[in-house]
Structure formats: structure tokens, C-alpha cells
Write a protein that binds this ligand. Structure first.
Ligand code: ATP
Length: 512
């Protein structure tokens, strides 16, 4: 088994080599935690967005879309709490001048202790085999008890420090003798709050310019438009507004490729419900969103819920859908019951009523909101990293294959003339002319056909269509399936239906 770090490195280099993701402005050595989507990446990203949009907006009569501006009136962020509370605790190392998130330093330290406990558990499992009783072992083995209680104690002291006094977090870092992971220095500054919003200015002259923020989430664009959409669309509660778009956060620690970026894209839906009915909808959306993820077939075991115990100021229930990324289980999507916090806050700051008249109850109220929020880039990473596989073949060789869900693949089929002569390229091009109205198709005539297959495997193309000399006689071609490498001989006129059957969003979404 390859090591986790190696797998992750492989993901990053494959994404670059095959034209999925490049570092931003790479000719200037890049910009930290900012990335560009290349020719294949942009297609995969677009397909993920569309898969989400279709399942949320097109398939739900009571959900409509929105595309609000990135720049918003600055009071928006006062009302939402982002000006005062959208902070991360940062700490600097005085020797190395490196900046870290204080909570992450402590969490990483705690996780190492947890890992020691997990190692003991795995060792015991291997030793005892089927007779192994994990629950009993964890509660009786002295070493494991010590590790796990230390782990829990650190996390609970961290949580207390984060909510009460950041100096306690610094004290904890010193007490645990946590060192700068890069240099080993323990010479730390105090822990300070750092606001994650990017500021910018609107207006030409320095004194009249207005301070603005680049939105750190798309949700607020939905809240401030709640009444406009409700009235102009004659929407009845319960209803939802969905939006995809860029968000910006000045993340302190931004490693892990496109998992944590400073400019990223969110796909969010705010569902407005009657007060008191929010828990019913919260559970509904938790399940619906997990089913959406599962429909892509990346493996049930790769997802888990993490229910929040400590809730954000606006929420009365919250859960993450976590995914098994190459660096472990991490948040992919959040489902939050946001109460009436946001709409009430915008009422208060704007002086406008943001209420709904419920004709069935014959009363006005501020609706409660259940939010689903997934990062498009994180979705990309989940799909891409899980699909990238090294496969041992029967002849002893290996192949690199990107087993993307066919519905998301950037290119659906590649058309390959067996040789560059005898009219085969012309027939290939005719096939492309016909298919390109419905699918992204590619043409490739360079190198031996085996190498061309490998290249399409690495790009995640579900089908290769090969035109050979028999095609001249009977208008048939071979169609090769990426995952099984099986080849069938079919009529050119059958190609569209074969491809459609495997890539149609309908067929995939029906699995939800
Ligand atoms: P985290 O705890 O990982 O920082 P968060 O809880 O702050 O995430 P939310 O504010 O709930 O995230 O945002 C909703 C979704 O947006 C997340 O589930 C994630 O998929 C995505 N997201 C948030 N921050 C980033 C980022 N810096 N880069 C890429 N995606 C992000």
C-alpha cells in the first residue's frame, strides 16, 4: 500500500500533468492557496456544479436559483456576524516568522496521541483476530486508556480556551511544549484573533471610497434577496433558494491543495420553513444530501456524519458530511439549521421587514432556515482523488486510470483512427461531427492505439471508439469501456445510445 502522503502527491501531480489544475499565476511561482482549473478541470468542475444544480433546482419544484453579486453592501457582514465573529486564532513563531492557527497546532498534537491509541488497538486486533473485543480492550488496556484520556482532555481544554480566553490556548501550547512543525522552535507570540474576510474598496477617490468585503460565503446573497424572490416567484413556504459562486477567505493555514483555498466556490441552498418545522427539514436535508453524494458511487464507506456539539452562534443543529480524503476524514459539506438568525439580523440592520405571510396559518412570520453548503472544489478533490487508481493488469504491468463517475467525466468519448490513413481519420471526424452536439468528444491519432487508450484512461474518458479497416466495410467500430477495458463491436449508429445510457444525469440521479 502506498503511503497517504504519496497518494496525495500523486493526486496533485496527476492534476497538473493531465490539465486539470494548475497553481495560479505559476509563471510568477504561484499564489499561495489559489488555483486555476485547466482544460479538463474546468469541464469536471462544471459537470459537478451541474449535477448539483439539476438535483437541487431542476428536480425540486419549490427550489429556485439565484446568482447574487460577490460585492455586497458592507452592512450585510455586520448583520451576519462576519465583521465581529468570523475569526481564526492565529499564533506566530518569533524565530521562524511562520504563522499558524493555534487551534490547529493543538488539534494536530492531540491527533498524534489519538493515533498512538489507534495503533495499539490495531496491534491488538491483529493479535487476537476474530476474538478481539475492541470495546473491552479500550476500557481495560492501561496504555490506551492513558492516551485516549489525554487526547480528550486536550481537546476539551482547547474548546474551553477558544470560547473563554485565548491566553489559555497559548498556555496550553506552552504546557504541551508544541513546537513549530517546520523548525522545532517553541518561541511563540500570543494568540490573536484574525478576521478571515478580504477587504477591498469601492469608489475612485481615497476619502470617499467605501470599504467593502469580498463575500466569505454565498449564503448572505440569498438572505438579502429572500423577499424579492419570494414575492416575484410567488413562492410558498417551505421553499428554497440555491446558488453557486465564488467565496473568499483569507485562510491562515492553507495547505492541502484545493481542500482549503483562499478563493473557492460554494454550492449553497437555503431552505425557508415554518418556525418549529426546522428539525423535520434538517433531518430531511441531511439524508437527501448524503444520498446525492452516494449516487456518485465513490463508496459508502468514504462518508460519515459528524454532528456538531458546539454550535455556531446562529445554529440550533448542525452536521458535517465528512469524506475520506487522502489525508483522512474531513468536512465536505455542512448542513445547518440556522433558525431565523440571519433574516432577523437583516431586518434589524436594514429596518425592512423580511417576513412571510402564511395564508394557511393566516399570520406573518420570519421563516426558519435549513442550509446545505458544499464546497465545489472540495467535491472536485473528493471525486478526483478517489477516482485516481493504479491497477495491476494480468500481464504484470500496471495502468493509471481515473475512474471518474461517467456522468462527471470531462470527455465522454475519444474517437481514434487505428492508423492515420486509408480514410480512417475522415470517418473518425464524421463520427465526432455527429456526437459533439450531445457530448464532449475528443480526437486522437498520435501514437500506437494502446498508448492512446492509456492516455484516455488517465484522463477519465469512459469510452474509446476505434475506427479500423473493418469500419470501411460494414460501418462498425469497436467501443472500449474504461473500467473493464472490454471492447465491443457495434454499429456507428448505435454509439449515441450506448454513451447516453452511461453518462446521462437522469440515470445517475435516479440512484439517489
Ligand atoms: P472548515 O471547518 O474546513 O474551515 P467551514 O466549517 O468553515 O470549513 P463552512 O463555512 O461551513 O466551512 O462552508 C461550507 C463549505 O464550504 C465547507 O463544507 C467546504 O466544503 C467549503 N469551504 C469552506 N472553506 C473553504 C476553503 N477555504 N476552501 C475550499 N472550500 C471551502
Amino acid at each position: 500500500m502506498a503511503k497517504q502522503e504519496d497518494i496525495f502527491k500523486n493526486v496533485v501531480s496527476h492534476a497538473k500533468e493531465y490539465g486539470f489544475i494548475f497553481p495560479s499565476s505559476e509563471v510568477y511561482d504561484g499564489l499561495s492557496a489559489v488555483y486555476d482549473y485547466a482544460q479538463n478541470g474546468v469541464e469536471l468542475k462544471k459537470n459537478i456544479r451541474e449535477y448539483w444544480w439539476k438535483s437541487m433546482v431542476q428536480m425540486n419544484e419549490n427550489i429556485v436559483g439565484l446568482d447574487a453579486a460577490i460585492l455586497m453592501h458592507p452592512t450585510t457582514w455586520k448583520a451576519s456576524g462576519h465583521v465581529d465573529a468570523f475569526n481564526d486564532p492565529l499564533i506566530d513563531n518569533k524565530d521562524s516568522k511562520k504563522r499558524y492557527r493555534a487551534d490547529v497546532l493543538v488539534e494536530d498534537y492531540a491527533e498524534k496521541i489519538n493515533q498512538k491509541a489507534q495503533k495499539e488497538i490495531e496491534k491488538a486486533r491483529a493479535r487476537f483476530g476474530d476474538a478481539f473485543n475492541e470495546e473491552e480492550f479500550v476500557t481495560t488496556n492501561a496504555r490506551v486508556i492513558e492516551y485516549l484520556s489525554k487526547y480528550k482532555e486536550i481537546l476539551s481544554r482547547l474548546a474551553k480556551g477558544m470560547s473563554d480566553d485565548l491566553q489559555d490556548v497559548k498556555a496550553l501550547i506552552e504546557e504541551l511544549e508544541i513546537a513549530d512543525p517546520e523548525t522545532g522552535s517553541r518561541n511563540w507570540t500570543d494568540v490573536k484573533q484574525f478576521n478571515l474576510m478580504f477587504g477591498t474598496k469601492l469608489g475612485a477617490s481615497a476619502d470617499s471610497a467605501m470599504d467593502l468585503y469580498l463575500r466569505p460565503e454565498t449564503a448572505q446573497g440569498i438572505f438579502v434577496n429572500f423577499l424579492n424572490v419570494q414575492k416575484s416567484g410567488r413562492m410558498k413556504v417551505p421553499f428554497g433558494i440555491a446558488q453557486t459562486g465564488k467565496a473568499f477567505r483569507n485562510e491562515i493555514v492553507a495547505r492541502q491543495f484545493i481542500f482549503r483555498m483562499r478563493e473557492f466556490e460554494q454550492m449553497e441552498m437555503q431552505f425557508f420553513v415554518r418556525p418549529g418545522e426546522e428539525m423535520k427539514w434538517y433531518h430531511h436535508w441531511k439524508e437527501a444530501r448524503l444520498n446525492w453524494h452516494l449516487s456518485l458511487g465513490l463508496g459508502k464507506e468514504n462518508y460519515r456524519f459528524h454532528d456538531h456539539e458546539k454550535l455556531a452562534h446562529y445554529a440550533n443543529a448542525a452536521a458535517d458530511i465528512e469524506f475520506n480524503f487522502p489525508f483522512g476524514f474531513k468536512e465536505l459539506e455542512g448542513i445547518h439549521s440556522r433558525t431565523d438568525f440571519d433574516l432577523k439580523a437583516h431586518e434589524q440592520y436594514s429596518g425592512r421587514k423580511l417576513q412571510y405571510f402564511d395564508p394557511e396559518l393566516n399570520e406573518n412570520y420570519v421563516p426558519y432556515v435549513v442550509e446545505t453548503s458544499v464546497g465545489l472544489d472540495r467535491m472536485f478533490l473528493a471525486v478526483f482523488a478517489t477516482s485516481l487508481q493504479e491497477e495491476a493488469l494480468e500481464d504484470g504491468s500496471t495502468r493509471t486510470v481515473l475512474k471518474l463517475p461517467a456522468v462527471l467525466a470531462p470527455t465522454k468519448a475519444a474517437v481514434l483512427p487505428l492508423v492515420k490513413k486509408d480514410g480512417l481519420p475522415e470517418i473518425s471526424k464524421k463520427i465526432i461531427e455527429d456526437l459533439k452536439w450531445d457530448f464532449n468528444v475528443a480526437y486522437d491519432e498520435k501514437d500506437a492505439v494502446g498508448r492512446r487508450y492509456r492516455r484516455q484512461d488517465a484522463l477519465g474518458t469512459p469510452f474509446c471508439i476505434t475506427v479500423d479497416h473493418q469500419t470501411l466495410e460494414d460501418e462498425t467500430v469497436t467501443i472500449r469501456h474504461r473500467d473493464t477495458m472490454k471492447q465491443d463491436r457495434v454499429k456507428i449508429t448505435e454509439l449515441r445510445a450506448i454513451i447516453e445510457n452511461e453518462v446521462s444525469m437522469k440515470n445517475w440521479l435516479m440512484k439517489m
